[in-house]
Design a protein around this ligand. Structure first.
Ligand code: GLP
Length: 238
């Protein structure tokens, strides 16, 4: 696991976008694992800008999203389908049908779909203030594959900022499991802000602690890159 501390989320987004573009130049048929939330937004912005500047095509790229709420239609403004379209997909030349999301219909074979495509080459992750990655809440088994999960109260509270009312936040979601995520060939986790500092300090203790799902990344030997701003890094013990 490599920890990179940069000044702000814009610099983090740009740094990771450059790495992704480098990889796409080597393999234009990459499988990209994508995350939602505010953390990856600067990355998506940089990816769009750099791709236009350097004439990078996404027509042979396949994307696999980490998670989706249960009970929201794909055109609901708070759905992750809508988020991805508005913040990334519509700006690039992705082919039709190149985007996969876990859903009630494919929950039992989402991992198989990913494997049949050759696995995820690059996985982008954010982290919840309670240490969740995707929607793998504290105490999710390390062997978990894509599944339906109940959201933790803390997650419902944190994510209610995107909804007009906390009662509108879905209480369930479909998420890649921890073992699904760990199979990605390369992982970039982005965390910014003081509210992530505690989860980051636990994750960086170097071992897997089941109460902090992100710490499962310690079980992956290579190719895990943790990008932090100074606030998110503020509680890391020396
Ligand atoms: C949601 C998503 C996670 C994301 C988390 C953090 O719960 N399911 O994938 O990492 O939010 O969001 P933010 O980046 O907005 O803090």
């Amino acid at each position: 696991m490599e920890v990179i501390i940069l000044d702000n989320k814009i610099d983090i987004g740009l740094a990771i976008a450059k790495e992704i573009i480098k990889d796409i130049k080597n393999n234009p048929k990459l499988n990209l694992g994508l995350a939602t939330g505010s953390s990856p937004l600067p990355l998506y912005k940089s990816l769009i800008e750099l791709s236009k500047l350097e004439n990078i095509s996404f027509k042979d790229i396949t994307t696999f999203n980490l998670d989706e709420y249960c009970g929201l239609s794909n055109d609901n403004k708070e759905s992750y389908h809508y988020f991805m379209n508005e913040n990334l997909f519509k700006y690039l030349d992705f082919s039709k049908d190149s985007h996969y999301f876990p859903s009630i219909d494919n929950v039992n074979n989402y991992d198989e779909i990913i494997n049949n495509h050759g696995g995820i080459d690059i996985q982008i992750l954010g982290i919840g203030a309670n240490g969740h990655i995707a929607f793998n809440e504290p105490n999710t088994p390390i062997s978990s594959v894509t599944h339906i999960t109940n959201l933790a109260n803390k997650t419902i509270l944190d994510n209610s900022r995107f909804f007009s009312n906390i009662d509108e936040v879905p209480t369930q979601a479909i998420t890649m499991g921890l073992s699904t995520i760990l199979k990605a060939k390369k992982i970039y986790l982005i965390a910014t802000g003081k509210n992530k500092a505690e989860a980051i300090s636990i994750m960086l203790k170097g071992k897997y602690i089941k109460e902090c799902p992100a710490s499962a990344l310690n079980l992956k030997k290579d190719n895990v890159y943790i990008y932090l701003d100074k606030d998110a890094a503020s509680l890391i013990s020396k």
